[in-house]
Design a protein around this ligand. Structure first.
Ligand code: NCD
Ligand code: ZN
Length: 343
């Protein structure tokens, strides 16, 4: 197959950042996706409906004229989020709230310290039909970084599901066989997003032959058996897995540093790379479900009506992108070949 046409896809996990960065990130997503879930880990974080609506209008302003791309803003849960915040968010049309365990990742210091205290907030979300999006990693210093996702599932996710069984949960950017199996065998209201980097790479790619800062993201790349399990899960056709790029730009200097930031900026190339993975797995027929149907269905939204076409026509990803007024970004897969191109 050299050409594939699918329903226009959506991205259920993306970091657009703010201000000058939006001129790069919003058009990069809008070129191919109809909708993107916009992560709320700004500085300061998006913690209430008012801030979310203001962010939504900045995202809208950065959308190219004539493009009907929609960024779906989310709420950042903190230790002081109230059930009233949830009710107001729902009234403002916000579909989901994000749980960052405090200190788990970029701009998560305002996140939640004690998840067991969040039950009333989760109950309010379930009552309002709002989705809970989870960065599923524990932050305890005695837990090895490669075990943090598995431990989160055992210690916290199982308990949340048990305590608030009607809550719709997306375990974001899963990275392990354990997470894939847990989601696959879990209740219908539990699903997961998977990034291009966790399908294309494992920790050898990050660390063998020299450290690759542009492959550093959180949750960190795992060993190859986990990569294989994720590749099987997304190409299985299961509606519990859907596209979430976790596209997360950082300036080149901040990544190539003695304390480099976590995140891969994949929006300019993500869909093409997913297509490459599905092609390698001989499962291009499953791409449309993963990229365009399962996420919309899980969120309870209509599927997109228009289509996009990908053609087999190799191209090279630019080495760097210039962000006017800010500096350079190295996009994910920079300088490497991609076998599919957007027509
Ligand atoms: C994300 C970021 O930079 O905001 N980084 C990352 O490594 N994925 C945050 C996140 O999703 O963990
Ligand atoms: Zn993210």
């Amino acid at each position: 197959m050299n050409e594939i046409t699918i329903t226009r896809p959506d991205d259920w996990h993306a970091h657009f950042r703010d201000e000058l960065m939006l001129k790069e990130t919003v058009p990069a997503s809008a070129r191919v996706f109809a909708r993107s879930i916009a992560m709320p880990n700004l500085k300061p974080p998006v913690v209430n409906a008012k801030m979310a609506l203001e962010y939504e209008s900045r995202l809208k302003e950065a959308t190219p004229k004539g493009n009907d791309f929609k960024a779906l803003v989310t709420l950042y849960l903190t230790n002081t989020t109230t059930t009233q915040d949830i009710i107001e968010a729902k009234e403002a049309g916000i579909l989901a709230a994000k749980l960052y365990p405090s200190g788990a990742t970029t701009n998560s210091s305002a996140g939640v310290n004690d998840i067991s205290k969040m039950t009333p907030v989760f109950e309010a979300m379930a009552a309002q039909g709002m989705l809970l999006l989870i960065h599923g990693e524990v932050t305890n210093s005695d837990i090895d970084i490669f075990d943090r996702e598995k431990t989160f599932i055992e210690r916290y996710l199982s308990k949340i599901i048990e305590e608030v069984p009607s809550l719709k949960i997306v375990l974001e950017h899963i990275t392990t066989k354990d997470a894939a199996e847990f989601v696959m065998n879990g209740p219908d209201n539990l699903a997961a997003t998977v990034t291009p980097q966790h399908l294309l790479l494992n920790r050898n790619d990050l660390l063998v032959g020299g450290i690759k800062p542009h492959y550093y993201c959180l949750p960190i790349l795992k060993r190859n058996i986990h990569q294989e399990a994720l590749r099987k899960a997304v190409t299985s056709g299961s509606s519990k897995f859907f596209l979430g790029t976790d596209s997360a730009p950082h300036m080149k200097n901040d990544k190539e540093s003695d304390c480099g930031c976590a995140g891969c900026y994949s929006a300019p190339v993500a869909l093409e790379l997913y297509a490459q993975v599905f092609d390698e797995m001989d499962a291009l027929d499953k791409l449309e479900g993963f990229a365009s149907h399962h996420g919309a269905d899980f969120y309870g939204l209509e599927r997109n009506k228009d289509t996009i076409t990908l053609v087999r026509d190799p191209w090279s990803v630019p080495q760097e992108l210039e962000i006017p007024g800010k500096g350079k970004i190295v996009p994910f897969w920079s300088g490497q070949q991609v076998s599919w191109r957007l027509k």
